[in-house]
Design a protein around this ligand. Structure first.
Ligand SMILES: [Zn+2]
Length: 56
């Protein structure tokens, strides 16, 4: 049986084209409150820096 890890991977999707460009590991438990990730990153589809939001 596989051990259950506390780390959960979060997919960051472009807010413009909804393309899933990045995956980050977010360890739960350290943050005092659940913070929704919003990072300005480069999107290969838009070919520009766009806001990338957390998606499932
Ligand atoms: Zn995009």
């Amino acid at each position: 049986m596989a051990k259950s890890k506390k780390k959960s991977s979060v997919v960051l999707a472009c807010s413009v084209c909804k393309e899933r460009n990045y995956t980050v590991n977010k360890s739960r438990g350290k943050l005092p409150a659940p913070v929704k990730l919003e990072i300005n990153k480069f999107c290969n589809v838009c070919r520009a820096e766009t806001m990338h939001g957390e998606t499932k």
